[in-house]
Design a protein around this ligand. Structure first.
Ligand code: ZN
Length: 442
């Protein structure tokens, strides 16, 4: 049994996965509109690796709308390699394996070890599975590193349905919540079976899908031969479930929109909010606090419809007593408006509703009253403030009397607002967790 579980952990992933096609940068139009992994070459060196739902669009996006990070390497790219994958999960896994193998310079530069993700499977009689940032425990197997936590979490969540696993050492005598969801092996599992399943999970995570399916099919055949038809049927169902997940699960977050997509969205957005200028930069604000003690404001930035993380900002609320969200929001906006060097946006989106909209307008007007510099006053004056009331599902727009029900917005605008809001929320929570950890440690 030990041998069974050990073998795939230590085995190297096969190079057969790495049949990628390499083309010149000038032939970018020939890239496929398919999910997969792409590699940027400078000479013969791979300098950056990424995954995408649509390789062609994503690669074009790097060049046409380079982010702050892209600017460090995009000029160096001479050739582009790519591999189509049959699914998003496979793109995620392949990206991880290729980054591990080639360690591209510009994947490394931006992420210290803390920012990568590993799937950890402990050794011992009853292994548990979880995600971690660092390889700390010698008594565990680490699979990865993976670049993106959200995609990895989604993938594991799907796979757990086929290969139920424990996430903590102690299991209650009765069925737990996870048991009822079919995600936990239960209080009294057959440990050999459990480890066999983990072994297949590992195979999938290492990109050896075929081997995993082969093992399952063999298991089904053995059960059928032993006339254990119930088990054979159960294994067959799992094969089908796994096939479905591997082919259809949507795990990669599409963070970037293509220039064509953005052009269309931009025009509609400008007319809806009655913007005086062409919208390129949108900032979105969120205030969060834990029982009023740790209040945090966060600002996320979208440029041409895609998040630009290099421009995100966090604000520790300075005011004493932290009276309410509205006052805290005003502090954040006022502080932000004193930073012309961050370049002003055309739109500020604030989470909340009418009160938040009004305080945004007030912060803007007060900033205007406090400056005589034309190069600050003009862009600040032109900022359009909008606010989303999630409870009532309405969008308030500066200068418009009545809010627009979100359901009446064109789909692309609804999606844009939703992506901005989700991203602000995600960013706020990440920062909050960090702060809370620090706070608890002190
Ligand atoms: Zn359980």
């Amino acid at each position: 049994m030990v041998r069974l579980i050990k073998k795939p952990f230590n085995a190297k992933y096969k190079d057969t996965m790495e049949k990628f096609t390499v083309i010149l940068k000038s032939k970018m139009q020939e890239l496929p509109n398919m999910a997969g992994v792409y590699l940027f070459y400078e000479g013969r060196n791979i300098i950056y690796i990424g995954k995408a739902i649509n390789i062609k669009e994503r690669v074009k996006n790097h060049f046409l709308q380079p982010t702050y990070k892209d600017n460090f390497f995009i000029e160096k790219v001479e050739k582009i390699g790519f591999i189509n994958t049959e699914s998003e999960i496979e793109a995620l896994i392949l990206e991880a394996n290729l980054i591990k193998k080639h360690q591209p310079k510009f994947n490394q530069v931006w992420r210290d070890n803390k920012n990568y993700f590993y799937v950890v499977i402990t050794k011992g009689p009853k292994p548990i599975v979880f995600i971690a940032h660092q390889r700390k425990n010698e008594n565990a197997h680490y699979i990865g590193p993976y670049v993106e936590g959200t995609s990895l979490k989604k993938t594991l969540k799907y796979l757990r349905k086929v290969f139920p696993y424990y996430t903590s050492q102690k299991h209650p005598h009765n069925k737990c919540t996870w048991c009822h969801l079919g995600l936990c092996p239960g209080p009294m599992p057959d440990i050999d079976e459990y480890k066999k399943n983990l072994r297949k999970l590992v195979l999938i995570l290492q990109g050896k899908r075929k081997t995993a399916f082969y093992a399952l099919k063999k298991e089904m055949a053995v059960a059928a031969k032993a006339k254990d038809f119930e088990k054979a049927a159960a294994v067959r169902d799992r094969i089908h479930a796994l096939e479905h997940i591997m082919g259809h699960a949507k795990v990669i977050e599409q963070r970037h929109v293509s220039p064509d997509q953005w052009q269309a969205t931009q025009a509609i957005f400008e007319s809806i909010i009655n913007s005086r200028q062409s919208i390129q930069k949108i900032e979105c604000y969120d205030i969060s606090n834990i029982q009023g003690t740790l209040a945090v404001g966060s600002m996320v930035v979208f440029v041409n419809g895609s998040p630009d993380r290099s421009q995100y900002k966090k604000f520790r609320i300075r005011m004493e007593n932290k009276p309410n969200d509205i006052a805290m929001l005003k502090e954040v906006l006022t502080r932000r408006l004193t930073h012309p060097e961050w370049s002003y946006p055309e739109v500020m989106l604030i989470d909340g509703g009418i009160a938040q909209l009004n305080i945004g307008i007030k912060a803007k007007n007060e900033s205007l009253a406090n400056t005589t510099a034309v190069d600050i006053a003009r862009p600040v004056k032109n900022i359009k403030i909008i606010s989303i009331a999630k409870g009532r599902q309405e969008l308030f727009i500066e200068g418009k009397k009545n809010p627009i029900p979100l359901k009446n917005l064109p789909q692309e605008i609804y999606n844009l607002i939703k992506r901005l809001d989700d991203e602000a929320h995600r960013f706020a929570i990440t920062y909050h967790k960090k702060l809370r950890k620090k706070y608890l440690l002190n």
